[in-house]
Design a protein around this ligand. Structure first.
Ligand code: AMP
Ligand code: MG
Length: 334
């Protein structure tokens, strides 16, 4: 692999991020990883408002990422961006910035799949992580992904909302600020009583909305918020761990990798780590700023795709709101 520097722009949802990475052999060196997150004062993420936020910050983030990486613009060999899945207006903003940058630098451009980027950044930055099952838990996405037959295939996923979205929606209904996940984690530490909640594992898939409604009812019936948060975590994380373990068993894989914002949760980490230990598997989680939505992971996936021979014309750089993980031909792996 020749050494090259890739600049990546992430913009699928609430976060606009710009990262620069360099490859040293097959390892990913993160040179910089700047980001800004849109936080609505009230309610969920309005796609156009988030896109306006991204448009406002993208130029300064690019400058900042280049300054932090301590390089000059002419050292950038490739521009990558998140082609999908995500919110249309946000994706379009990031793609437009990437196209403009690629044209002005006269460097190639590659649009990448956001979910695949979450797995590749783990493989790229954690030396022992080579063929993991990824438990990808973010706001909008919840998937169990692994490599099989030249694709990253989805072995299980949410049938309704993402786990992060479930936590945030519960938080919103009881006036916990967004993002609610970290607050729920703190409350859960003080929970003592487990309240029974729907445990919806359907084959390899999971559903959260019934559990969300039941949790909201516990709140209306004056149960302690600490107990509810504790019970939400225990139930949802157990379901995620169960499906992940089954994927590992069926595929015969002995590595598990966490990704997505919810991977910051210590209880989820402990549960998955325990499961891994019990089956003699290894547990990995990237550093926090590579777990959340970020530009460095987009830069890295663009780089390895480019080095495997992938090329895109400007006409190929349209966005795809429903770009599924298993639509990508993984030509860079055996
Ligand atoms: P992402 O979409 O991958 O950037 O992740 C954002 C999601 O992660 C939001 O739904 C947050 O509530 C959630 N999150 C962040 N930190 C934690 C945490 N410590 N525990 C649970 N969820 C978290
Ligand atoms: Mg994500």
């Amino acid at each position: 692999m020749d050494e090259m520097i890739s600049l990546g722009i992430e913009g699928t949802a609430h976060t606009i991020g710009v990262g620069l990475v360099k490859n040293t052999k097959h390892h990913c060196d993160v040179l910089s990883n700047e980001m800004k997150t849109f936080r609505p004062e009230k309610g969920g993420i309005h796609p156009r408002k988030a896109a306006n936020h991204h448009a406002q910050h993208i130029a300064s983030l690019i400058e900042k990422a280049i300054t932090t990486a301590d390089i000059t613009k002419d050292k950038i060999d490739l521009v990558s961006f998140s082609k999908g899945p995500g919110l249309g207006p946000c994706l379009r903003t990031a793609a437009t910035a990437a196209r403009a940058l690629s044209l002005s630098l006269n460097k190639p451009i590659i649009g990448v799949n956001h979910c695949v980027a979450h797995i590749e950044i783990g493989r790229g930055t954690i030396p022992d992580c080579t063929d993991p099952v990824l438990l990808y838990t973010s706001g909008a996405n919840t998937q169990v992904i692994a490599f099989a037959n030249r694709k990253y295939r989805v072995f299980g996923e949410t049938l309704d909302i993402g786990i992060g979205n479930c936590l945030d929606k519960f938080g919103r209904s009881i006036d916990i600020p967004f993002p609610s996940g970290p607050h729920i984690e703190q409350y859960a530490l003080k929970g003592k009583n487990y309240l029974s909640l729907p445990y919806s594992v359907k084959g390899m898939d999971i559903a959260f909305s019934g559990l969300l409604t039941a949790a909201q009812q516990y709140y209306q019936n004056n149960n302690a918020i600490e107990d509810i948060c504790y019970s939400i975590q225990e139930t949802t994380f157990a379901a995620l761990t169960e499906v992940t373990e089954r994927a590992m068993a069926q595929l015969g894989k002995d590595e598990v990798l966490l990704g997505g914002g919810v991977a910051a949760n210590q209880r989820l980490r402990n549960m998955v780590d325990t499961m891994a230990k019990e089956r003699d598997a290894r547990f990995f989680v990237p550093t926090k700023y590579l777990c959340v939505d970020n530009g460095a992971m987009i830069a890295w996936l663009g780089l390895i795709m480019y080095q495997s021979g992938m090329r895109m014309t400007l006409a190929d750089t349209t966005i795809d709101q429903r770009f599924r993980t298993d639509m990508v031909d993984v030509i860079w792996r055996e």
